[in-house]
Design a protein around this ligand. Structure first.
Ligand code: AMP
Length: 429
């Protein structure tokens, strides 16, 4: 015998039960409504991709690839990974389908699950969802600013208050290598003042030290050279323009020289959006993104400037749950009806009538599993429907049906084959 509760959802992965679904729906429909205005089209890519796509695209020495990727060898011998983020897969699709031949820019949005084997904690799961945006073939800094604005608008639409955008530029292949070396030398001289993780990062991926939250590393970070002081002319000009556009849009942003993001493919602009409490405490990041001008070429495509970002669905839903009560709502619209039956023959006739009602697009509830008419009419009351249709034994034999006005209790008997038309008339009143 299987012991009770032997099977549970895997650690860090969650069921989204029906009462929670309206919060997800609320987010998705608000977000889709907004991105549609900006010309984004939906794209779905497989949840599994060639593992090398991620190690190449995101970077071998990033936490996401090094520690958090779920990878598996298929029976056919392919080495696949559950996607830890959207961008690499969408860039792969962009290249694979020759989308660079289409008029640019191309704007895509995606919704779906991502997988990272992280230490589960509040707001950090192993399976989570993102609402993701990508823009390909767009070089102008307007795109970076607009992307930030779109995510900001989505959160505003969902009634988030006290939002803060943090931005930084992490340069490109012209200026970052020099800065990286400068930073690595600086860190090397202070190795003993760094946490164990950062000692490793200082060698492999020094920018990640700037991201460290450990108390021990803060004084080292505070004195570290800042990349904005070492940007090449092109990156500096791009960043300046992004900030000017953000000013123009009246977005409350601030510069965060420590914002480097966890994925290697970023170039130039990076950003995150948080909510701030009254006391100035930052929430976990709700949105993160940036520019990735080198990624498409790195993955085998043409040189294609691009930028994108992703909103963490669970973190937003968590907030919505606290901020607004969304009732799952009656399963029927108020114009719906309830279909009740009594006896075997009536049940058979009801099944057929139920299908006719569906074709006529009349919302209808039933309780075929119940035999007592009283219990069924109680259900009808609970659904607050204006009418119930009742087929009892007598009606089944006579091919008729009772239309009961649930408010007044008035009942009319009509022919079964006229029931749908008659109902339509009554519902129109
Ligand atoms: P990233 O893809 O790491 O840039 O993350 C973008 C957004 O996704 C973050 O700002 C979070 O809101 C969300 N996110 C990232 N990782 C997780 C996770 N493990 N669990 C829940 N949400 C996450």
């Amino acid at each position: 015998m299987i012991p009770k509760n032997k099977f549970q959802a895997p650690t860090g992965m969650h069921d989204i039960l029906p009462p929670d679904q309206p919060y997800y729906q609320k987010l998705y429909s608000a977000a889709e409504g907004i991105v549609d205005f900006y010309g984004f089209k939906k794209i779905d890519t497989p949840i599994l991709e060639d593992a090398e796509l991620f190690s190449k695209g995101i970077g071998l020495s990033t936490d996401v690839v090094e520690k958090q990727m779920y990878a598996l060898r298929t029976r056919g011998g392919d080495f696949l990974a559950l996607r830890p983020e959207f961008t690499a897969g969408i860039a792969r699709a962009y290249i694979e389908h020759g989308m660079f031949n289409l008029p640019q820019p191309l704007k895509f949005y995606s919704i779906g699950p991502l997988f990272r084997s992280e230490k589960p904690q509040a707001g950090r799961y192993r399976q989570f969802h993102q609402f993701n945006l990508e823009m390909f073939g767009e070089q102008t800094p307007v795109a970076d600013a607009q992307l930030i604005q779109i995510f900001y608008n989505i959160l505003k639409e969902l009634k988030f208050k006290n939002l803060v955008v943090e931005v930084n530029s992490i340069g490109d292949s012209q200026c970052r290598p020099y800065y990286k070396k400068l930073l690595a030398n600086y860190l090397k001289a202070r190795e003993s003042s760094l946490c164990a993780d950062c000692r490793r990062r200082a060698k492999q991926n020094p920018l990640r030290v700037l991201d460290c939250k450990e108390e021990k590393c803060q004084p080292v970070k505070a004195q570290a050279p800042q990349i904005v002081d070492h940007l090449c002319e092109a990156c500096k000009a791009h960043f300046k323009e992004v900030l000017e556009f953000l000013d123009e849009l009246d977005l409350p942003y601030r510069l965060n020289p420590y914002l480097v993001r966890g994925l290697d493919y970023y170039t130039k602009t990076v950003f995150e959006i948080f909510q701030e409490s009254e006391s100035g405490e930052k929430s976990a990041a709700l949105v993160g993104g940036g520019r990735y001008d080198a990624l498409v070429k790195l993955l085998g495509g043409r040189d294609t400037p691009a930028c994108g970002g992703a909103a963490g669905v669970e973190r937003i839903v968590e907030h919505l749950r606290g901020a607004m009560k969304i009732e799952p709502g009656p399963q029927l619209q108020s114009k719906g009806i309830f279909l009740a039956q009594l006896g075997g023959l009536a049940k058979r006739k009801s099944l057929k009538l139920f299908e006719e009602l569906r074709k006529a697009k009349i919302p209808v509830a039933e309780s075929f599993g119940r035999d007592s008419l009283k219990a069924q009419l109680r259900s009808a009351d609970r659904f607050q429907v204006p009418y119930a249709l009742i087929i009892g034994q007598k009606e089944a034999l006579e091919n008729t049906v009772i239309i009961r006005d649930m408010k007044t209790g008035k009942q009319d008997v009509v022919k079964l084959d006229k029931a749908v038309d008659e109902l339509k008339k009554q519902l129109k009143k």
